[in-house]
Design a protein around this ligand. Structure first.
Ligand code: NDP
Length: 247
């Protein structure tokens, strides 16, 4: 898969899946603009990795749930590269807890970042992609958005919402050269899952037919495929990357 001459915007590229996705797209030749919430040291590490691959890369700090910050992110990409071919909505957070213990602000924070952030970024690039008559949007959902998970009512709602938005926008843009798909990762080793208690990790592992956790690169390859020219006839789909967990 070649991304030579293409520009990708990846939200939450400073760590975890976002960093692996940036790297995979850069390896294919893309220019990469990524955002992050506030971890400047991690963002610098991603930048260094990308530049070591001869990638033209840019890091932009900003909250995906903030309209002005999203505009600044897309403006930076347009100013530097003149187009946005690929958008990967990866930035996401968890605030886990059983429903009865979940505070309203924890519900709002997760919906704001994961769902509204994806909405704002898709809205901001849609006009650009329509003008280009070309675009690839890939959204990070989750196996939890498809099947639910005790202790993640807020997160499951946000990731199920991402699937609904993916399918709806795919229908709106299908005839315009723009595809919109989602990946639904299972249990992947990143900072997000490192925070889980050992007992929860052991229980989760038992539900994975491949009997191993996923690596960020497993997800990055699936995202890169959906972002490629080769995936031109695929839109509105949700691709599970979960070692069989969601079967
Ligand atoms: P990490 O916690 O490792 O990284 C999250 C990234 O998102 C960081 O770059 C962080 O920036 C950024 N971010 C968080 N909030 C915001 C915000 N408001 N605005 C901009 N950037 C933000 O997460 P993962 O890599 O594990 O997850 C990435 C995506 O994949 C998420 O959407 C997650 O829900 C999804 N996913 C992950 C799974 C897993 O097992 N890991 C499974 C299924 C889905 P900073 O570094 O500055 O904090």
């Amino acid at each position: 898969m070649s991304f030579t001459g293409k520009t990708a915007v990846v939200t939450g590229g400073s760590r975890g899946l976002g960093r692996a996705i940036c790297r995979r797209l850069a390896e294919g030749g893309a220019n990469v603009v990524f955002s992050y919430a506030g971890n400047t040291a991690a963002a610098q590490e991603t930048l260094d990795e990308l530049r070591a691959l001869d990638c033209k890369a840019l890091a932009v700090q900003g909250n995906v749930a903030d309209t002005d910050a999203v505009k600044a992110l897309m403006d930076a990409a347009m100013k530097e590269f003149g187009r946005i071919d690929i958008l990967v909505n990866n930035a996401g957070i968890t605030r886990d807890g059983l429903l009865m213990m979940t505070k309203e602000e924890d519900f709002d924070a997760v919906i704001d970042t994961n769902l509204k952030g994806t909405f704002l970024c898709m809205k901001a690039v849609s006009r650009v992609m329509l003008r280009q008559k070309y675009g690839r949007i890939v959204n990070l959902s989750s196996v939890v958005g498809v099947h639910g998970n005790a202790g993640q009512v807020n997160y499951a709602a946000s990731k199920a919402g991402v699937i609904g938005m993916t399918k709806s926008l795919a229908k709106e843009l299908a005839a315009k050269g723009v595809t919109v798909n989602a990946v639904a990762p299972g249990f992947i080793t990143t900072d997000m899952t490192a925070a889980l208690p050992e007992s929860a990790k052991t229980a989760l592992l038992a539900t994975i037919p491949q009997a191993r956790l996923g690596a960020p690169e497993d997800v990055a390859c699936a995202v890169a495929f959906l972002a490629s020219d080769e995936a031109a006839y695929i839109t509105g789909q949700v691709l599970g990357v979960d070692g069989g967990m969601g079967m």
